[in-house]
Design a protein around this ligand. Structure first.
Ligand SMILES: CC(C)(COP(=O)(O)OP(=O)(O)OC[C@H]1O[C@@H](n2cnc3c(N)ncnc32)[C@H](O)[C@@H]1OP(=O)(O)O)[C@@H](O)C(=O)NCCC(=O)NCCS
Length: 181
């Protein structure tokens, strides 16, 4: 992933030195399960995920400029519902002690600008499980258009089944949204 910056964050590639920062928030039972994954139990588990991020090269580490801590991730993944080459689906996670300070909205807006201006994407998509009101607010604030509710789409590791609210934004919609925020 190309290194880019927003006001308070650096969006950059992972290195194995990020393992401790990832482990610090990935053990938190409030974080992973909201995004569908099981909290990490060992540092080795976090290291293997860092190695996967490095190999796949589709996830940015979010480094906070003020203290250089790696506080979360933002990925531009292939959209599981669309086979177009110029579409990406956003996924994100943030350490709980950093919630509610606008970091993810800032990171998503920057990633959208990168996606539309640098990668020349036609559309970006995103979704959240219906219980995840914080994520819904991030998505709304960033101008995504609600597509609909996909009922019973996701079986979590613990057997829970969730509905998924799906959103997307086209390049034209994003250009227009720039004028109203
Ligand atoms: C979802 C997540 C990334 C949000 O990050 P964040 O940096 O806290 O988001 P922001 O601060 O940019 O915005 C959060 C918004 O939710 C609002 N919010 C906070 N608590 C809320 C609640 N209980 N219900 C509804 N909205 C809430 C905030 O007020 C803010 O909106 P506002 O600016 O209009 O006031 C973060 O909570 C997280 O990592 N959660 C766990 C993993 C996860 O859910 N990943 C996403 C999977 S789809």
């Amino acid at each position: 992933m190309q290194r880019i910056e927003s006001e308070r964050l650096i969006l950059r590639n992972f290195t194995e030195q990020d393992t401790d920062d990832l482990y610090r928030y990935a053990v938190d039972p409030e974080v992973g399960p909201r995004a569908g994954w099981k909290p990490h139990e060992t540092r080795e588990e976090s290291l293997s995920i860092v190695r996967m991020f490095i190999a796949d090269d589709n996830v940015w580490a979010l480094e906070r400029k003020s203290d250089h801590r790696m506080i979360g991730t933002l990925g531009l993944h292939h959209d599981k519902w669309r086979n177009l080459p110029d579409v990406r689906m956003i996924g994100y996670v943030l350490a709980q002690d950093c919630w509610g300070q606008g970091y993810m909205s800032e990171a998503v807006k920057r990633a959208m600008r990168y996606g539309f201006e640098e990668m020349n994407l036609r559309l970006m998509s995103i979704s959240h499980y219906t219980f995840n009101d914080r994520s819904r607010r991030v998505i709304e604030k960033c101008g995504f258009v609600y597509e609909g509710l996909l009922r019973q789409t996701f079986l979590r590791y613990d057997g829970a089944v969730f509905d998924e609210a799906a959103y997307s934004i086209t390049k034209n919609e994003w250009l227009k949204h720039q004028f109203i925020v």
